[in-house]
Design a protein around this ligand. Structure first.
Ligand SMILES: *Cc1c(COP(=O)(O)O)cnc(C)c1O
Length: 368
């Protein structure tokens, strides 16, 4: 008799313990499930204006038969373009299938079981997940007043700490470290670990003291910056993001990077999108307006929100976030529950066009 097939027994212990993430269902399925006509996607911090017009044009004109041909394996032209734009060597960039993929490149390059990474508890969870399912300890330092706690993060460093992840501005709280604070932190870490600053939302920040990670790379060889085309540039569905660091650091991360993972259309759309300053201005204006509107509405309802930088706001609720999610879904308003981000009774909502903000505020009013 053959024993029942038990793939679990083949797993490393750290994968056996790991729970997979379940993404939400496609919009059409959710619309059926919740019996709503329209879905307002306020759950993923997407750009309601879509990609810049020039990138849309590239996508429309893409020749179908080119789908049979492999893309550039290392996003050659895009790296050249980024190099020119940010005054860097093209070899300082590694492009991935979303910034999500480059998190894995960095962790695989530097960490082995027994090592640790340090980040916050209330932040983008993929740093933690990628570490944990790779057998790496994730040291999660509690946020302090919704902000990354530099002192405590420094305290947690030991000789097995390989990477420190800082989300700046932080998803979901919107807080950020200013230039002085970031520089001080990097200097106090010395070169004992890689410091990764995730700037997924940098293009939304309008504050003067917000640090431009790109500029700091010249000063600090152990600094790595993540950026993405998913948020400001509206290309989330094509999956493209990148990391940038000193030539020496990127050279070693290249060993664990997956080549050919970024499709041709994404590379070509990104090439156009990156130059569209007008799109950045329009999106910022939409976010500013949407935030002002929503903050006022929330205040009228007596709800508190932490709205910092970024195209999202986190709202504190007087009840369970899962329950509010289901209630909002009945009117097609899809938000992100925050229990999984360690903020129970909170939701995060994307700032989008007026119509969606009104739908959200109407539905919240009905609930409370
Ligand atoms: C959305 C997001 C990313 C990654 O996005 P990709 O779509 O994988 O490029 C990375 N970091 C943060 C903080 C994000 O919010």
């Amino acid at each position: 008799m053959m024993r029942a097939w038990d793939p679990e027994s083949l797993l490393p212990y750290y994968v056996r313990k790991f729970q997979p993430y379940t993404p939400s269902r496609p919009d059409q399925e959710l619309a059926k499930l919740y019996r709503c006509e329209k879905i307002y996607r306020l759950n993923n911090n997407e750009n309601a204006l879509g990609p810049p017009p020039s990138a849309q044009e590239v996508i429309r004109r893409f020749e179908a038969k080119r789908a049979a041909v492999y893309p550039s394996g290392d996003s050659y032209y895009l790296r050249c373009k980024l190099g020119k734009k940010f005054d860097k060597d093209p070899d300082q960039f590694l492009v991935g299938n979303g910034a999500n993929e480059v998190i894995g490149f960095a962790i695989k390059a530097f960490c082995e079981p027994g090592d640790n990474i340090i980040t916050a508890d209330g932040t983008f969870a993929v740093y933690e997940w990628t570490a944990v399912f790779s057998g790496i300890e994730a040291r999660l330092v509690p946020l302090k007043e919704f902000c990354f706690d530099d002192e405590e993060m420094l305290n947690r460093i030991d000789d097995r700490t390989k990477i420190i992840f800082i989300c700046n501005p932080n998803n979901p709280t919107g807080t950020y470290w200013n230039l002085e604070r970031l520089k001080r932190f990097i200097e106090r870490v010395h070169q004992k670990a890689i410091i990764i600053v995730d700037e997924a939302y940098s293009e939304f920040v309008e504050k003067d003291d917000y640090p431009d990670g790109m500029a700091l790379i010249n000063e600090y060889p152990n600094l790595v910056i993540f950026r993405t085309f998913s948020k400001m540039y509206g290309l989330a569905g094509l999956r493209i993001g990148y990391l940038v660091g000193s030539v020496e650091t990127v050279e070693v991360i290249r060993r664990t990077c997956i080549v050919y993972s970024v499709n041709t259309m994404a590379q070509e759309a990104a090439l156009e999108a990156i130059d569209d300053e007008d799109h950045v201005m329009k999106t910022r204006a939409m976010v500013r307006e949407g935030k002002d509107f929503l903050e006022l509405e929330l205040r009228k309802m007596g709800l508190t929100a932490s709205s910092g930088e970024g195209n999202y706001v986190m709202i504190k609720l007087p009840m369970d976030d899962g329950l509010v999610y289901r209630k909002l879904m009945r009117s097609g308003v899809m938000v992100r529950t925050m229990t999984g981000f360690r903020f129970p009774n909170h939701i995060r909502v994307t700032i989008a066009l007026r119509e969606s903000m009104q739908a959200l505020s109407r539905s919240l009013e009905n609930i409370f």
